[in-house]
Design a protein around this ligand. Sequence first.
Ligand code: FAD
Length: 476
Amino acid sequence: MAKEFDVVVIGAGPGGYVAAVRAAQLGKSVACIENWKNPKGELALGGTCLNVGCIPSKALLASSEEFEKVNHHLADHGIVVEGAKIDLAKMLTRKEGIVTKMTKGIEFLFRKNKVTWLKGHGKFVSKSDAGYQIEVSGEGEAETVSARNVIIATGSKARHLPFAKVDGKLIADNEGALSFDAVPAKLAVIGAGVIGLELGSVWRRLGAEVTVLEALPEFLGTTDVGVAKEAAKLFKKQGLDIHLGVKISDVKTTDKGVSISYADKDGNEQKLDADRLIVSVGRVPNTDNLGLENIGLAADGRGFVEVDDHCRTKLPNLYAIGDVVRGPMLAHKAEDEGMMVAEQIDGQKPHIDYNCIPWVIYTSPEIAWVGKTEQQLKADGREIKAGQFPFSVNGRALGINAPEGFVKVIADAKTDEVLGVHIIGANASDLIAEAVVAMEFKAASEDIARICHPHPSLSEVVREAALAADKRAINM
Ligand code: FAD
């Protein structure tokens, strides 16, 4: 007899583990199938985000920022540090320690909420009146479990290029790029998306000369055009050498490293030699070997599971969430979908406003936004007004030596409803939360402008941008 659960979740990334915990909180019997193995060969919960994504990348970003501070910023504070060196092994050990703490934390949450962790690969074998039957194959004998409700949360993996074989040493994807055993003197990055920029920034700050090759003609095409321009200016000043509109024709590994042949934006043949290469050209959903065909479901042409706004597939009681479905590949989007689906299974009526999901790029300075960009709103024919305010005249920003960037608040010209907030500057990832709350509550820019903000704080720049939308910023 197959073991039965009310809910089975396949995948324990931020989408899957949150869904499992929430369903268990609501009194369901829950199992979560996960087969991730960490570099020590141990099974680990947490998916891409905790093991090789958000958490380790931010740990390294923080370490590299500390090094940059010592080398370039502390002198401005009158603090002189000489001979600062990098102990890369220690830096990586610190990062791994954080990952272990976080992934073990999910094991604790599973035990606390009585979620059964089924260790192995999950594959649909059949569906019946009782629900779905899933085979779990791990180290021991395979077992089959059955559940009325199933949540597919299998996430995504790095997209690779056919002519650049990822070996984790000379050519790396996000996994290898978080564990280089030495700082490369010359680093090439293919892809100027979020991950390429974040990882490129880490190694640049640690001393690498970084060249980024991007196929698209525009830099950060999905961000607000003013933010993208400011980012391009600041990253160039920091030494990130970004080439747009390139067409890569060949990547060869040599005894010295990697050699990349490409045509530049004007069609001229170029060659770039580097010690290491990071390939960061997007991610593909994990739907292969999931047995979807055994239950009469097919992934779409790009490998995603098709779902509606409530993450329902076309089969009853079968849901899919996170990177494996449409929408931004972001951990907090996956988490929100996990909670929403668990609550639906419980008979509640939750929903997600996808327009209010914040985006963050953890470069320095950070970039964050919510809602629509000015160019999207103009293309939609919306009449808008915008207020922009720089960090360079904010006392706190000057105090922490972070005068770069600005906040831009875009509102409807007639109703004043906030339609988008775009930030490039220190702590943008935290500052954007205020804008998300405002937009969730359909606030007007006037509402943000009238709310008392602490002084001195970076959040005053958000308020001043809201005041500027009505042409009444005080401090400029
Ligand atoms: P995943 O986290 O990918 O988890 C899916 C899990 O399912 C995996 O553990 C996998 O082993 C398991 N699985 C797959 N198939 C099966 C199967 N058949 N049986 C059993 N288990 C299976 N997002 C942010 O919001 N902020 C960031 O700062 C950020 N930084 C990132 C940095 C990097 C370098 C990368 C690569 C990604 C980053 N992301 C970030 C994206 C974020 O990691 C993903 O959006 C998020 O992990 C998606 O969550 P998920 O639960 O859908 O899938």
